[in-house]
Design a protein around this ligand. Structure first.
Ligand code: NDP
Length: 484
């Protein structure tokens, strides 16, 4: 065969990725379970590069030069296993099989181990940026062996977006490392969007600002510390009127029940196993879940009392004279909460890397997230710098730049949380980020009492601040302390 690389699975992502690869001059073999998509790709975009269509799996495999490199871009889960099972018997030792879908990193570990036995290099590669990113330059998080990366790396670096001349693709680590980091990226994306939504809610209903006015606020924020793709598109969504009615903001006719495809949930499930408190991501996943419980919400509305939740009809809770201050407070609270969410996400990357022995470089992850992906932001340059200065940074919050930024914003942050509570506008992301921050900096935590309770009801023992060892009190006996 003559093709340098192949793509199987030509739905939106696979098709655009194949076009991106071909546009970069690679002879690209293309294949899809149903022929129609393969034909359509070659007919519509055949002039963008050199495509070699394969209408059977055998034809596809034979069209590739050895050692073969094949990217699978199909539905995650069982379909990916089905495609691997079909391809593997046709491959030779040394071939590289890439999964570019949103696989769970544990599936990637399992597949990598099974294919390694057959001498096939399996690389789980996280691809972020949606269909537009796949075509024009995604952020890519490749996992897999060094050997696979040697061949794959240069191609991925070519098709990834670049920021300041650096491609947003780098070898993350072996087996599931790439998909793990992609999962955490998506978790952070959930947290970031939740915080933005809370900022909107507080300004909309707490201050009584219109979506159009808030589009301007977010546009202004986008020229400061918060500059990011998500803040930019927030302004666009808030500025948009319903295309079917004049003068009605689109955001007011969109059903307020958020959906999820599951990567945020995976992040939280995995974080529980690793014991990493990603409270910002968890709040975001649970806030979406609560929004989806429409029946409960409807039943609760007339029954559960509380403040009216904002300016509409209730006069608001911020005097107009203090409005500018409040807008700036919300900006500061958003920034500080965002730093916490990212600090937690990077903690999780470190914990995963330690657990599975991946050797992931957190600064390199910040570097490849600067472009192409949904959480791309100026902010990531700061994270990259923080880890460059101190690769062993115990928490992002302790980097001098971030520590100072959060310290400057913390009074505003506290005021915003107080306002949200007073007005009855839920801001779980802001509040839990603040609780995490206070929990982290507190000299003594309330866990001393928890340990005491555990010793009383379960003889689980406790440690002491003043001497080594484990201790237990004879709670129902003479009340004396024994050493275990
Ligand atoms: P889908 O997830 O909708 O999957 C459709 C593709 O999978 C089609 O090519 C389909 O073939 C193929 N397929 C499904 N079942 C099988 C099977 N049993 N055997 C062989 N092929 C099968 O496509 P997307 O392009 O949206 O996503 C592809 C991957 O990329 C997914 O893993 C997704 O999670 C991931 N991803 C998606 C992003 C996005 O924004 N959409 C962003 C980043 C990653 P057929 O045409 O024959 O039905």
């Amino acid at each position: 065969g003559q093709a340098q690389i192949g793509v199987t699975g030509l739905a939106v992502m696979g098709r655009n990725l194949a076009r991106n690869i071909a546009r970069h001059g690679y002879v690209t073999a293309v294949h899809n379970r149903t022929d129609a998509k393969t034909k359509a790709l070659v007919e519509e975009f055949g002039d963008e590069g050199t495509f070699v269509p394969g209408y059977t799996t055998q034809e596809f495999v034979d069209s590739l030069s050895s050692p073969r490199t094949i990217i699978i871009m199909v539905k995650a889960g069982a379909p990916t296993d089905a495609v691997i099972d079909e391809l593997a018997p046709l491959l030779s030792e040394g071939d590289i099989l890439v999964d570019g879908g949103n696989a769970h990193f544990l599936d990637t570990r399992r597949r990598e181990a099974a294919l390694r036995e057959k001498g096939i290099h399996f690389a789980g590669v996280g691809v972020s940026g949606g269909e537009e990113g796949a075509l024009l330059g995604p952020s890519i998080m490749p996992g897999g062996s060094e050997h696979a990366y040697e061949k794959l790396g240069p191609i991925l670096a070519d098709i990834a977006v670049s920021v300041d001349g650096t491609p947003c693709s780098t070898h993350v680590g072996p087996d599931g490392a790439g998909h793990f980091v992609k999962m955490v990226h998506n978790g952070i994306e959930y947290a970031d969007m939740q915080l933005i939504a809370e900022a909107y809610d507080l300004l909309r209903h707490g201050l009584g600002r219109t979506p159009k006015q808030l589009a301007e606020v977010f546009t202004t924020w986008n020229s400061g510390d918060l500059e990011s793709f998500l803040i930019e598109i927030t302004a666009r969504v808030l500025d948009k009127d319903d295309p079917t009615q004049e003068g009605v903001p689109l955001v007011d006719v969109i059903l307020d029940e958020a959906e999820q495809k599951g990567t945020g949930r995976w992040t939280v499930q995995t974080a529980l196993d690793l014991g990493t408190p990603v409270s910002g991501i968890a709040e975001a996943v649970f806030a979406r879940a609560l929004s989806g419980h429409a029946e409960q919400r409807k039943a609760a509305q007339p029954v559960l009392p509380g403040p009216a939740g904002g300016a509409e009809g209730s006069g608001g809770f911020v005097a107009e004279a203090d409005a500018d201050q409040f807008v700036d407070d919300v900006r500061a609270a958003l920034y500080a909460s965002k730093v916490v969410a990212y600090a937690q996400g990077f903690d999780m990357i470190r914990a995963g890397s330690q657990e599975y022995g991946w050797g992931v470089d957190p600064g390199a992850m910040a570097t490849i997230w600067r472009g192409g992906c949904i959480i791309r932001a100026k902010f990531l340059d700061r994270i990259k710098d923080a880890y460059a200065k101190n690769p062993e940074l115990p928490s992002l919050l302790l980097d001098p730049y971030f520590a100072d930024a959060v310290a400057k914003g913390q009074e505003a942050w506290r005021r915003v949380v107080v306002h949200s509570v007073t007005a009855g506008i839920p801001a779980p992301g802001f509040a839990s980020a603040l609780a995490y921050y206070d929990g982290l900096r507190r000299e003594r935590s309330s866990a001393a009492l928890v340990q005491g309770l555990r010793d009383l009801f379960g003889a689980h023992t406790y440690k002491r601040v003043d001497r080594d060892g484990s201790f237990h009190v004879e709670w129902s006996g003479d009340g004396s302390q024994s050493q275990g």
